[in-house]
Design a protein around this ligand. Structure first.
Ligand code: ARG
Length: 436
């Protein structure tokens, strides 16, 4: 029986010195145009890979033509640029908005939602090119490697995943040296003190001085949102219309998905809304500090929640909170393409049938408030809620209801002793009493 290991599976003869490990094999590399992935093109080539660079536009304001040209100059044998903006919003962002997904009560998941789409598109390129592998520039310490690797495993288990940065053991200075030695052009824009990732749903900023969780984020961290001190002295109002949990209009005008998100990023950012300072738990067991800017996400999640408040039955709303948390954790942990997401979405979709209506938000110097909500199928009924004229609620029915509702507590008190005696003692203390 042949021994396992040793010569790689399928090789006709044992490898000899001077062999290039991956000669004549194709890899599709997720290429951002930055230092890591530029160095990766060259590094993969040195291992014998034929490198196809793949760049996808998720709404970050980048010069995509320049990136495509740079990929070829750096040694890629082909360079793709794809527009992923609409599928990103429609297939990833809208379902997560309907779910109400926010990771650890803070993070609307911009980066986490972008990764499975990028990976899925890379699988398509790999099929088209007949590639044997996909590659990404993620480090071995983050969540993004998990999202790329698991998405590939879910969609194309036969494809190998190569993660050069995880393997090569170079720090940033080593990479810069490697780049200059090999004549790899590194654009000046990558020389930021931070590591950032950006798409339509938000901007993620980490590293540099932010690694000290006690340090307040300096001004230069922010690019989308104004300092609240520089915001207008008058509040701004926005009205968002939803149809079955999906935003469809702004201030009364029907607005397509991309325009809607872009407009809300702008209005929110101008009012300083959307800054998040999150000390988060990564999947791999590290705590890290990340700053996010996500004006549109914050506004839409807030508005959507407000519409659910007025349209969802109490029990559905409570259970949906659990689903929202589970959804956020699932997305964060790289399980977008999983049976769990299909199952959770079946529930989420069912809950959205009546989440139709309008929400009015008031934006002012870094904060946003819901100031109005209404919907054609709202469960809020004035005839039941009012303390004024037109009250149709039968108050006399409350007494019998409460008698039964409190039956258990009454029984406990009678049989097992009253709380007052057991735990509270003398709450009143030296109370003042006056009588005529
Ligand atoms: N912590 C975020 C996440 O895991 C963002 C990761 C990417 N951040 C960055 N600054 N490059 O989804």
């Amino acid at each position: 029986m042949p021994a396992e290991g040793g010569a790689g599976a399928g090789s006709a003869r044992p490898p000899r010195r001077g062999d290039i490990p991956h000669q004549n094999k194709k890899v599709v590399l997720a290429y951002s145009g930055g230092l890591d992935t530029s160095v990766a093109i060259r590094w993969l080539k040195d291992q014998g890979w034929d490198v196809i660079a793949f760049t996808v536009d998720l709404g970050e304001k980048k010069d995509l033509d320049a990136i495509q040209t740079r990929a070829l100059k750096t040694g890629a044998s082909a360079a793709y640029v794809a527009d992923g903006r609409l599928p990103f919003i429609q297939l990833f962002v809208w379902p997560s908005l309907q779910a109400g997904a926010v990771y650890e009560k803070e993070y609307p998941l911009a980066t986490a939602l972008g990764r499975p789409l990028i990976a899925a598109m890379m699988v398509e390129v790999a099929r088209r090119e007949g590639a044997q592998a996909v590659a990404h520039g993620c480090t071995g310490k983050g969540n993004d490697q998990v999202r790329f690797d698991v998405t590939t495993a879910a969609l194309a288990p036969d494809l190998q995943v190569v993660a050069p940065v995880r393997e090569w053991n170079m720090n940033r200075d080593d990479e810069i040296e490697y780049a200059s030695k090999h004549g790899i052009e590194v654009p000046a824009t990558t020389r930021s003190p931070y590591s950032t990732d950006e798409n339509l749903w938000g901007r993620s900023i980490e590293a540099g001085v932010l690694e000290d969780p006690w340090a307040e984020p300096p001004k230069d961290v922010y690019a989308w949102t104004r300092d609240p001190r520089q915001c207008p002295d008058e509040p701004t109002y926005v009205e968002i219309a939803f149809k079955e949990g999906i935003p469809v209009a702004l201030d009364g005008n029907p607005t397509a998905a991309l325009e809607l998100v872009t407009a809300l990023n702008k209005v929110g950012g101008e009012s300083g809304v959307g800054r998040i300072d999150h000390l988060e738990n990564r999947l791999i067991g590290i705590k890290s500090r990340e700053i996010y800017e996500a004006p549109a996400a914050i506004l839409l999640l807030q508005a959507h929640q407000a519409l659910e408040d007025i349209t969802l039955p109490k029990e559905v709303a409570r259970f949906k909170d659990l689903v929202a948390q589970q959804w956020a954790q699932m997305v964060y942990d790289g399980l977008w393409f999983s049976p769990l997401r299909d199952a959770l979405y079946a529930f989420v979709a069912e809950t959205q049938r009546h989440v139709t209506g309008d929400v009015r938000l008031k934006l002012f110097k870094g904060s946003s408030q819901v100031v109005g909500r209404k919907g054609p199928h709202q469960l809020y009924q004035l005839s039941l809620a009012t303390y004024g004229k037109g009250d149709q609620f039968d108050q006399s029915a409350a007494a019998g209801f409460i008698k039964l509702w409190g039956m258990g507590v009454r029984t406990s008190a009678r049989v097992q002793g009253r709380l007052q005696e057991r735990d509270l003692g003398n709450l009143l203390g030296d109370v003042k009493r006056l009588a005529p």
